[in-house]
Design a protein around this ligand. Structure first.
Ligand code: ADP
Ligand code: MG
Length: 330
């Protein structure tokens, strides 16, 4: 008979765990014990994924394991922190060994890719739900905040925007009409993969600690998340719509207008939006090539009320967009 302790022992307290010098004790006691180097601050974040809210019931255990870590690492990246340890609170409706085997294998693979240790967790019965608490380290005084944007800063985003939201739309269509699964095009598969396997920009976040004035990760859409920087920093932004980074598959699948709309308001891209003083532009070109991540300048911070002004080829345009982010209770 397998129970809670058997699951922990078989799938999580395994020798697959990366053990670093800073972990004194991981799984198997009432708490994990870690050491923090004296020059570093601890960054801590938690994200929960709930079945049918954050993922469809038929998601593969591998994709779920990856995403539950990626969304947390993205938060650490946005603070300029290097992920070090995670804990996993796992709620399962029943014990499915095949599922658990696939899940834990993908979970430990992702942890190994980022050199992160699983230091503990909790295992309970109920509707499928995963909560990861991720810890990261950042040199004292170097964390990136939302409140640091300065008038004159250029606004940058990494990667491409809108792909994940388009991928979600395609997955929603597949849920309604499963026949469409067999006829997925290359572009559609690309967009679905951007939704299931976002790239947390950890390396970029670490590099930005020396140069960015503010940063946030784009989980709820550019307009909403840039809005957080503007309110925290008490300034306004001017965005040039022609500079929004749109991927070729996104434009091909959705058309230019819908692609732009998704880039502005679609969620879950897990790219970074950050601001830098003008003299850093040259360095960002180099950095982009060095870490192989596209970095696009999309606008500038200006004095004024927290608000976004949109321009198209330099002309102010009116966009009927709100700066409200996704809210679970609305
Ligand atoms: P307690 O009852 O003291 O809270 P538990 O019985 O919940 O402890 O957990 C026993 C050990 O197993 C602890 O070290 C805990 O962190 C770890 N653990 C429990 N569930 C998980 C999990 N899903 N992944 C990793 N570690 C886990
Ligand atoms: Mg417990």
């Amino acid at each position: 008979m397998s129970g809670e302790f058997d699951i922990i022992q078989r799938y999580f307290a395994t020798s697959n765990t990366v053990i670093t010098d800073n972990v004194k004790f991981a799984i198997g006691d009432d708490c994990a014990i870690t050491n923090l180097p004296p020059t570093q601050s601890l960054a801590i974040t938690t994200d929960t994924l709930v079945e049918n809210i954050h993922f469809f019931a038929d998601i593969s255990p591998q994709d779920l394991a990856y995403k539950t870590l990626a969304v947390n690492f993205s938060d650490l990246a946005a603070m300029g922190a290097k992920p070090t340890w995670v804990s996993l609170a796992l709620t399962l409706p029943h014990i499915d060994h095949h599922w658990l085997q696939s899940f834990s294998q993908a979970f430990f693979q992702t942890l190994a890719d980022y050199q992160v240790t699983l230091i503990g967790g909790d295992t309970t019965k109920g509707s499928l739900c995963l909560t990861v608490t991720a810890h990261g380290v950042v040199e004292k005084g170097k964390a990136l905040y939302r409140h640091g944007a300065k008038v004159g800063d250029w606004i940058y985003v990494s990667g491409h925007l809108g792909d994940s939201a388009a991928g979600l739309k395609l997955l929603q269509q597949q849920q309604k009409n499963p026949n469409t699964k067999s006829a997925v095009t290359f572009e559609q598969e690309f967009l679905i993969q951007r939704h299931l396997r976002p790239s947390p920009r950890v390396e970029l976040g670490l590099a930005l600690t020396d140069i960015a004035n503010s940063a946030i990760d784009i989980s709820d859409g550019l307009v909403g998340d840039l809005g957080h920087i503007l309110r925290a920093s008490q300034c306004r932004a001017e965005i040039e719509l022609t500079q929004l980074p749109l991927s070729v598959p996104l434009i091909q699948q959705m058309g230019q207008q819908q692609a732009q709309q998704l880039a502005l308001t679609g969620g879950e891209d897990y790219e970074l939006c950050f601001t830098v003083s003008p003299e850093q532009r040259q360095y960002l070109h180099q950095l982009s090539a060095q870490i192989n991540v596209p970095l696009h300048c999309i606008g500038q911070i200006q004095a004024g009320q927290p608000n976004i002004v949109y321009k198209q080829n330099g002309e102010v345009v009116d966009l009927p967009l709100t700066t409200s982010s996704f809210d679970h209770f609305k």
